[in-house]
Design a protein around this ligand. Structure first.
Ligand SMILES: Nc1ncnc2c1ncn2[C@@H]1O[C@H](COP(=O)(O)OP(=O)(O)O)[C@@H](O)[C@H]1O
Ligand SMILES: [Mg+2]
Length: 266
């Protein structure tokens, strides 16, 4: 078993009186491709927000390479090697691809002047070259000058991932990277993420597409109502009784709600 890169230790998070995460512990092994899955509202994005420092845990501890990171602001966590892409695309649509990737370099600068440095007038700055090299190494060399808004959704998703890679992360958190992609785009994204993994970056991926989870990830953690209900291989996750119940339970609840709505309309 490889060493743990990131670990949660009895983490809880309450918003007001509401327990959103309850006593969750898990390890993300170094070099793994770990999936974080669970029904809508289970607390997956909240876990990402806790890891990246958007919120502090109400209880418990988060460690990177054995060191507690809970007292650190988000920016320092990026510096330590935790990068993230978001559930909804957060690219600047009117900037070019390379400019968007360069914005990822702000994380190394740390203040507003530093954040704008990569976009400054030094046209072919080292920042630009670095961003171009990274795009090329990820197979996106045809796009640097294109305005993001004009590109297909699947390409934009990849560019968002590349922007997160600019910070040279040890671990990359991906929140539903395949949402809205068709089958071809999803298969393409999977290969793309595999390449990133093979370059040594540990992946923690929130994803609903179970065939993507099974073909990409080796390890899965499942949440339901803010509690961990499974921690193990992706091969056996879909046979696990607690996981089945969580998903079927949700589907049953949805069915009941849809039925109630249909009755209401009728
Ligand atoms: N900032 C917040 N304030 C209050 N409640 C929140 C906040 N963020 C998330 N929640 C609640 O926490 C629960 C889990 O949300 P989330 O982590 O987004 O779930 P998931 O990503 O698994 O769908 C939801 O019930 C959501 O409404
Ligand atoms: Mg979410």
């Amino acid at each position: 078993m490889s060493a743990s890169l990131l670990s949660l230790h009895a983490v809880s998070k309450n918003f007001g009186g509401l327990a959103v995460i309850s006593d969750v512990s898990f390890d993300v092994p170094q070099g793994s491709r770990t999936a974080l899955i669970g029904p809508n509202g289970a607390g997956k994005t909240t876990i990402f927000n806790l890891i990246s420092g958007v919120f502090a845990p109400s209880e418990g501890e988060i460690r990177l390479e054995g060191q507690t990171i809970d007292a650190l602001p988000s920016r320092s966590r990026i510096g330590l090697g935790i990068a993230r892409s978001f559930q909804n695309i957060r690219l600047m649509p009117h900037l070019s691809v390379v400019e968007n990737v360069m914005l990822g370099q702000q994380s190394r600068a740390g203040n507003l002047a530093g954040m704008l440095t990569p976009l400054s007038l030094f046209g072919r700055s080292k920042y630009r070259r670095e961003a171009e090299d990274l795009l090329e190494s990820m197979g996106l060399s045809t796009y640097p000058g294109e305005v993001v808004a004009t590109l297909p959704y699947g390409i934009r998703k990849k560019i968002e991932v590349v922007r997160a890679l600019v910070a040279k992360p040890k671990i990359l958190l991906l929140d539903e990277p395949a949402a809205g992609l068709n089958n071809t785009e999803t298969a393409n994204l999977r290969d793309f993420l595999m390449t990133i993994s093979q370059s040594g970056v540990t992946l923690l991926v929130v994803e609903h597409d179970m065939s993507l989870v099974r073909s990409l990830c080796d390890h899965a953690v499942v949440l339901n109502f803010g509690r961990k209900i499974y921690d193990g291989s992706t091969r056996t996750v879909q046979e696990d009784p607690a996981v089945l119940e969580a998903y079927l339970g949700t589907r049953q609840a949805e069915k009941t709600r849809n039925q109630a709505e249909a009755d209401h309309v009728a």
